[in-house]
Design a binder for this molecule. Structure first.
Ligand code: DLL
Length: 433
């Protein structure tokens, strides 16, 4: 196998576990001694660092949730001072408050190393020209892949998102061999190039696509591979863990989680009990080397299963299967995480609106669209077309400024939306992936 980091990637299970235990032990002592948040959490759970005597003892440690990050907004959970921080990334949280992630230089180095190993494992290297069509900026996709791709010595085209025709010209003119983007954008790119009369497999050098940041299926992989002639690989990560971190290798048979960086568990979401290999449950990750924002037993909310057997590529690091859903109601629309509670929060900021709303997600061509259908407040209800148009524009602006997403708005009269006796049906997802 071709490795970026042969010493680590080639380790036996036993060597990996020894390293994981060493990192875990150090991390737990450090957090117990220096982090108010973790100290209190461990006290509440009645666990002391001395109680962690093996890797299996990780189950004694308390869980962390996205809510913890929100409650400690923006940086109350960070370790060390501002002088240690070299970057922030910010992603959407479950209400108006976003999640802020800070990075030390070591955090950035480990992140780039993880991406470098991942890209190498799918056969990319110095000879490649990699177009990065994830958003650059507060989102982790663009910069995360950028530094990983530079680290392996590839030539990077930092295209970021949008302007699809220009992206296709760049792919042709700069002889791009690999692209990193969301799977839905890859399909959109393929459809646009077809309209432009460009056949990706014949007229370009593009052979590899590194796709993630949103759920996709094996069916979608087949469609993309057949349509474009590229090999498509799944890449996974979340901003709290750093950003995009882990991919499949050329075997396309599970996402390799670098064991020296992360320890994974899959739990029954109801009971919190650990599940065995192949059993589907909630992914929980402990980042073993993160400095600025350590994450212990973080309940990400993604559903998957794990496989501890050695991959056909030779690596013995644990693999997880494709993410098949979430335990909560988070939607991912054009790569942006959207919680219905955030939409509610934004709508409540507009006094003319009532509290009943519905989100309808559709796929037009290969791109996701979001329609927000919302009842008007009885006192503000008007059927004057000008009033309605200006209100629609205002609602759309509020949603855009709070969620960073464009939505079509449909205003309906009070009492129009179906009421439910149980949970309100806030989301109609018409996408099939
Ligand atoms: O989406 C980081 C990323 C960037 C991953 C580029 C891959 C490529 P967040 O915005 O924090 O971070 O969203 C994380 O997106 O918990 C999953 O629900 C979902 N997600 C990410 N990758 C995949 C994937 C980035 N390959 C959330 N398959 C995660 C399914 C994915 N879902």
């Amino acid at each position: 196998m071709t490795c970026w980091d042969p010493r680590t990637e080639d380790m036996s299970k036993a060597e990996l576990q020894a390293i994981q235990y060493k990192h875990l032990k150090t991390l737990v002592y450090k957090l117990y001694s220096f982090s108010r948040f973790y100290h209190d959490r461990m006290k509440e759970a009645n666990v002391h660092p001395d109680d962690i005597r093996s890797l299996e003892d990780i189950v004694k440690l308390p869980f962390m949730y996205k809510k913890d990050l929100r409650d400690n907004y923006p940086d109350k959970m960070f370790m060390g001072g501002q002088e240690e921080l070299v970057r922030y990334h910010v992603s959407s949280g479950t209400t108006g408050k976003p999640t802020v992630v800070g990075y030390t230089q070591n955090d950035l180095n480990n992140w780039a190393t993880s991406v470098a190993r991942a890209l190498t494992s799918i056969g990319l290297g110095r000879k490649d020209i990699i177009q990065i069509s994830y958003g650059y900026g507060l989102f982790t996709g663009g910069l995360g892949l950028h530094y990983g791709a530079e680290r392996i010595g590839a030539t990077v085209v930092p295209a970021s998102v949008g302007n699809t025709e220009r992206q296709i010209e760049l792919i042709q003119d700069l002889k791009v061999t690999a692209i990193c983007c969301t799977p839905s954008y890859m399909l959109h790119l393929a459809e646009t190039s077809e309209r432009m009369g460009v056949d990706i497999s014949r007229d370009t050098m593009l052979r590899t696509a590194v796709l993630g940041a949103e759920p996709w299926s094996e069916g979608m992989r087949e469609r993309i591979q057949e349509f474009t002639g590229v090999n498509a690989y799944d890449i996974y990560g979340t901003s709290e863990l750093s950003g995009p971190l882990f991919t499949e290798c050329i075997e396309q048979n599970g996402i390799h989680i670098w064991g020296d960086m992360a320890y994974v568990e899959v739990l029954d979401p109801e009971t919190g009990e650990q599940l065995g290999p192949g059993e589907r449950g909630e992914l929980v990750v402990t980042m073993l080397q993160k400095e600025a924002l350590p994450m212990i037993r973080y309940r990400i909310g993604d559903l998957t299963s794990y496989d501890d057997s050695t991959c056909a590529c030779g690596r013995s690091h644990t693999r997880i299967s494709r993410i098949t859903g979430r335990v909560d109601d988070m939607l991912i629309i054009r790569g942006i995480n959207v919680f219905p509670s955030q939409v509610e929060h934004a709508l409540l900021a507009v006094p003319e609106l009532g509290e009943h709303f519905q989100i309808e997600v559709n796929r037009k061509g290969s791109l996701d669209t979001m329609l927000v259908r919302v009842e008007m407040n009885p006192t503000a209800f008007s059927d004057k077309i000008d009033d309605l148009m200006s209100l629609k524009r205002r609602v759309s602006r509020v949603l855009h400024s709070m969620l960073n997403i464009s939505a079509e708005i449909e205003l309906v009269g009070p009492g129009t939306l179906a009421r439910s006796e149980g949970k309100a049906q806030r989301v109609i997802d018409r996408r099939s992936i």
